[in-house]
Design a protein around this ligand. Structure first.
Ligand code: TMP
Length: 213
């Protein structure tokens, strides 16, 4: 009997209001429509004990020291790794709204944090087969409405985050694909669906790799 093919690990990243959450939901539906199991995850996962600490910090209800919150975001990914591996090995594709790249981009946008230090706790996480970066100019993002009220939702900080994402994309150890997020929802969806289905075909016979290792 042929070994069961694994699912793909697909991550959507991008600045605020680029449409990540909408696109993740549509992508899961598309996989299911073509008969491939798919499951949506998002980081931070605010439902766990660690996730609740992070959520309270993001909502400005509590303060946490900057290194500490960075490590909590990473721990929040590691606590989901057993579930992620189980699903991938069962053949389910995981579509993930933010991952370690957001972790590095947001913390390293703060003063005195190097990209290298920020990456360290996430080294060895399951490596995405595809990272879709939804690129949107600050002007186009502004047309989509005001920022929310959570921590980090200011234009100055988001611009620094965007610069960090661009730096991370220079690395070719990760399969980054940039998608123009200024297009219509359906056009963006068609692009990411095509890229994602071909990433699944390329990944399904290969073992799950380790990020940044
Ligand atoms: P979201 O739940 O609306 O995506 O927002 C989560 C916020 O947390 C967003 O501002 C990005 C930030 N973040 C980090 O700072 N580090 C991380 O590791 C992740 C996943 C998100």
């Amino acid at each position: 009997m042929a070994a069961c093919k694994r699912g793909a690990l697909i991550v959507l990243e991008g600045v605020d209001r680029a449409g990540k959450t909408t696109q993740c939901t549509k992508l899961v539906e598309s996989f299911r429509e073509v008969g491939r199991a798919a499951h949506l995850l998002r980081f931070p996962d605010r439902t766990t004990t660690i996730g609740k600490l992070i959520s309270s910090y993001l909502e400005n209800k509590s303060d946490l020291e900057d290194h500490t919150v960075h490590l909590l975001f990473s721990a929040n990914r590691w606590e989901l790794v057993p579930l992620m591996k189980k699903k991938l090995e069962e053949g389910t594709t995981l579509i993930i709204d933010r991952y370690a790249f957001s972790g590095v981009a947001f913390t390293s946008a703060k003063p005195d944090f190097s990209i290298e230090w920020c990456k360290a706790p996430d080294v060895g996480l399951p490596k995405p087969d595809l990272v879709l970066y939804l690129r949107l100019s600050p002007a186009a993002a502004a047309q989509r409405g005001e920022f929310g009220t959570e921590r980090y939702e200011t234009s100055g900080f988001q611009q620094r985050v965007e610069g960090r994402f661009e730096q991370l994309m220079d690395e070719n150890s990760v399969n980054w694909q940039v998608v123009d997020a200024s297009q219509s929802i359906d056009e963006v969806h068609d692009n990411i669906k095509r890229l994602s289905l071909s990433a699944l075909t390329a990944a399904e016979d290969r073992p799950i790799a380790e990020l940044w290792r």
